[in-house]
Design a protein around this ligand. Structure first.
Ligand code: ATP
Length: 367
């Protein structure tokens, strides 16, 4: 089922004595989630991700704007009538109930015409447990499970009513690195199998990029960019988005456009015909550097970090905002570091230029 958010705004009244301004957690948020897709809602702490989920599931009411599930306007519908499954970061399992009882819980609360027989409830609970592969653990209590298993119980409990929409709020943050990787693939598999429209909240860009059909990057309650993960990575609309996506992060230089030449310090790194002369921010992805004895960009060599298939050439430059520049190149490339200088040419498709004031991307018409 598709979800439409229409000019959604959520304002919280100020409580502080000194600060009388309201907090606008979500500001004029509009976007459409296509049926059956997994959307990653991504942004730094406090950017309004959880508030957006709370508005979607009905735990909070928007100050203005509407929410549609399919053709239904659900804005004024209470949470329990929206058909939403919610998985919290903390799992929120009932410690005194077994795994089976935890999964059964949402079904036991159905009333009136929705009430199910004991047999049907058990069947549905076992099916959800099978889907997340915990059907062997039904008699255990949450304290007898690993973090990853507890997370699966939480997902089974959210899925047991076959919700119209599944919302996952930082579901992997309590797991260790390996389990995170494994569980995020599991979530993707379950989502593909059930085809439930899903919104996944995380501040971890790698996580969002790896499992989402589309990502929504937020900053201070405002959508910055929506798109397929690769498209957003390759075409960030502003410096914030460029910085937020990518590990190692993009290398940002203070530079200028001067007579159709893109300059970092005294080095002309690219020709950029047709662009107005001005001071700019220049972002270079780590994979955008090509070591080249005659390359235009001169950096001070610091060292090499071995990463296996690739290496990271670490250097510095007085115009670079990052403490260290990281250039990712293939392990068998030659790097000349004579006199502690390393020279690079840049791949034009991996270089982005941003307005110095607004930080919006300046389109380049490359030579
Ligand atoms: P995190 O990643 O840290 O969970 P988030 O992106 O989910 O952050 P939200 O929890 O949605 O961010 O909060 C967005 C903003 O709204 C923050 O500035 C937060 O302090 C504020 N906020 C959230 N809930 C309330 C509330 N009930 N009352 C007042 N302000 C709130």
């Amino acid at each position: 089922m598709k979800i439409v958010l229409q000019n959604l705004t959520k304002r919280f009244p100020s409580r502080g004595k000194g600060n009388r301004e309201d907090v606008v957690a979500v500001k004029d948020f509009s976007f459409e989630i296509p049926d059956g897709k997994l959307i990653g809602l991504l942004g730094p702490s406090g950017c309004g991700k959880s508030t957006t989920l709370n508005l979607l599931c009905g735990l909070q009411k928007p100050t203005s704007g509407r929410i549609f599930f399919g053709e239904d306007d659900v804005t004024d519908l209470p949470a329990e009538k929206r058909g939403v499954g919610f998985v919290f970061q903390s799992y929120a399992l009932y410690p005194h109930l077994t795994v089976l009882q935890n999964i059964l819980f949402p079904l036991e609360n159905l009333k009136g015409k929705d009430k199910l027989s004991k047999e049907v409830m058990r069947e549905k609970a076992c099916e959800a447990a099978r889907l997340v592969q915990i059907d062997e653990l039904l008699d255990r209590k949450p304290s007898e499970l690993s973090g990853g298993q507890q997370q699966r119980v939480a997902i089974a409990r959210a899925l047991v009513k076959m919700p119209r929409v599944l919302l996952l709020d930082e579901p992997l943050s309590n797991l260790d690195a390996r389990l995170r990787l494994q569980t995020r693939e599991e979530i993707r598999r379950i989502q593909r199998e059930t085809k439930i429209t899903t919104v996944f909240v995380t501040h971890d860009q790698e996580e969002a990029m790896s499992i989402s059909d589309m990502i929504v990057v937020m900053k201070s309650g405002v959508i910055q960019q929506i798109g397929k993960p690769q498209e957003v990575y390759d075409n960030p609309v502003n410096l914030f988005v460029a910085r937020f996506l990518g590990t190692p992060p993009i290398n940002v230089f203070s530079g200028r456009i001067d007579g159709g030449r893109l300059m970092i310090g005294e080095d002309t790194v690219l020709d950029v015909p047709g662009t107005e002369s001005q001071d700019v921010w220049i972002g270079v992805r780590p994979e955008g550097f090509v070591p080249n004895e005659n390359g235009p960009l001169h950096c001070d060599f610091s060292g090499i970090e071995v990463m296996g298939r690739d290496i990271s050439v670490v250097s510095t430059h007085r115009c670079c905002e990052n403490a260290a520049i990281r250039a990712i190149i293939s392990a068998d490339s030659k790097v000349n570091t004579q006199d502690q200088t390393v020279r690079f040419s840049l791949k034009p498709g991996k270089v982005f230029v941003f307005d110095k004031e607004t930080e919006a991307r300046i389109p380049l018409e490359q030579a």
